[in-house]
Design a protein around this ligand. Structure first.
Ligand code: HMG
Ligand code: MG
Length: 302
């Protein structure tokens, strides 16, 4: 079995920091992640710079990223204006091969995160996907609030599957299931995957994206792997969150994931110690320790 790690630290992690990290630090962060063996590194977002000022330097960052063979740098794109900015970057500097749209399973979060209703988010995404595919880009989709939403409470798996299917049907190659506020448990994961199968979506089209608010992200990941999911989102050092869902904390730490997969004998090609060194370096810059237990344990021997 091989698991692909979809690293989101530079995007999901740094979008949620109270300080804006200088572009040179972001570039060094991404360089170190690639050097540790990660091959899919979500680098930044082309969202409205007023909505997420921490990532307003997206074009500057992408202008000069290390171009290692086989390493892809997906970027979040919510709308056509964001796509124009991404395509402009691709024209000037190359390197933009993958984008990701991000939808909401709930009405309230669609309005808070995208300033759109749940229904009108699809109208916003449809031309983005169409034009991105025509330009030769790959398009991933996220669906957020897969288990519960801070304003609406528990979310029915069938509702998530309906929204997720519509996002995939726009032409996306993969759908990442976001537990944005990190409240799910393995039973919820099974129920959600059942709902997708019932909706006719093959599990080979799905990835998982767990935030670790209640310490369940690794257990949830194992539940998903046991069902045959092979793409897992994670964030080096366990940084992350969503500025438009205050109860969201960091993502599953990439080190926690790699430690578990190494133990299971699952191939990832990623060096956990090298990642931990990077997390310790970044923690100094961010001024707070990594929440990852694996980083804390390795710190004693590094
Ligand atoms: P809006 O205010 O409705 O935008 O924001 P608009 O379409 O009405 O346009 C208003 C003005 O903004 C226009 O300028 C546009 O050109 C400009 P004007 O004509 O007035 O001068 N504009 C832009 N400028 C630069 N880049 C753009 C852009 N779009 C419009 N892309 C919008 C709508 C979607 C843009 C806004 O709501 C937004 O940026 N939201 C993003 C929020 C965000 O980034 N959240 C975090 C990421 S999602 C997440 O973390 C969850 C995930 O990790 C999975 C999980 O954990 O569940 C993925
Ligand atoms: Mg997230």
């Amino acid at each position: 079995m091989k698991v692909t790690i979809y690293e989101v630290g530079p995007r999901d992690g740094l979008q949620n920091e109270s300080v804006t990290v200088p572009v040179e630090v972001k570039r060094e962060f991404v360089r170190r992640l690639a050097e540790a063996g990660l091959t899919t590194i979500e680098a930044t977002s082309f969202v409205h710079p007023k909505w997420v000022p921490q990532l307003a330097d997206a074009a500057e960052l992408l202008a000069d990223l290390p171009r290692a063979p086989g390493v892809r740098y997906p970027v979040l794109v919510p709308n056509e204006r964001g796509l124009d900015r991404a395509l402009d970057c691709a024209r000037k500097h190359g390197g933009v091969t993958d984008i990701a749209i991000f939808g909401s399973a709930t009405e309230t979060f669609a309005q808070r995160n995208l300033n759109r209703t749940l229904e009108s988010q699809f109208e916003m995404f449809a031309p983005v996907v169409e034009r991105a595919l025509a330009a030769g880009l790959r398009v991933r989709a996220y669906v957020s609030m897969c288990f519960a939403d801070p304003w609406e409470g528990p979310v029915a798996p069938e509702q998530v599957a309906r929204v997720g299917r519509r996002l995939l049907d726009l032409g996306c190659y993969e759908l990442s299931l976001g537990d944005t506020i990190g409240v799910g448990t393995p039973g919820h994961v099974d129920a959600l995957l059942d709902a997708f199968e019932d909706a006719g979506v093959g599990l080979d089209r799905l990835a998982v994206h767990f935030h670790d608010t209640y310490g369940q992200a690794l257990a949830n990941t194992l539940a998903a792997l046991r069902r045959g999911i092979t793409v897992v989102d994670a964030s080096t050092g366990g940084i992350g969150g969503c500025p438009y869902a205050k109860s969201a904390t960091g993502n599953l730490a990439t080190e926690d994931l790699v430690w578990m997969l190494d133990g299971l004998g699952v191939e990832t090609g990623v060096d956990v110690r090298s990642l931990a060194v990077t997390s310790l370096w970044l923690a100094d810059i961010l001024g707070r320790p990594s929440p990852s237990r694996v980083v804390q344990a390795l710190a004693k021997e590094l």
